[in-house]
Design a protein around this ligand. Sequence first.
Ligand code: PRP
Length: 208
Amino acid sequence: MRLHVVDHPLVAHKLTTLRDRRTDSATFRRLADELVTLLAYEATRDVRTEQVDIETPVARTTGVKLSYPRPLVVPILRAGLGMLDGMVRLLPTAEVGFLGMIRNEETLQASTYATRMPEDLSGRQVYVLDPMLATGGTLVAAIQELIKRGADDVTAVVLLAAPEGIAVMERELAGTPVTVVTASVDERLNEHGYIVPGLGDAGDRMYG
Ligand code: PRP
């Protein structure tokens, strides 16, 4: 698994405001959207392209266009939905699938309550969106499902990650073609499975 922490002053600035408990829901959603677009720029660095011949008004030249099949973008409901617009702004031709997952607040086990994705993802590049990588249970289960369906390149775009969750992903997804792109790896998880210092519960702050 590859880990890419995006080091950029605009990313740090927006993340700081997201963390602030005084930031209201409307501002939180807008900033999360902007932050995702910055992360998406880094996350799509290896998006597959093919060469095309074109004519400018002046001369013939070659360029690139996104390859077929199109990338698939999968937000993990609820909170991942707040990242969808920011991602497809950069990948407007992407196909979009959905995974509804919830983490039990006591056991911290993730379970899936909704799935709407193509059955066959053979040869597909997939971008999974979820603001928080805490224990890692949610993303591990999501990515295992994508790989089972044939995805051969999965990038998880997360706003924040905990070192514990990264370690779980490295262990559970060893040998799979997975990249995690995040704005920050925070200090730790607390006893309730919250990222510290984190930003609280992203789903509640967006939609609560
Ligand atoms: C949160 C968050 C992630 C998950 C991370 O979702 O949005 O999906 O927990 O935790 P993990 O890494 O320990 O599995 P939550 O279950 O609160 O659902 P929500 O998005 O509907 O609020």
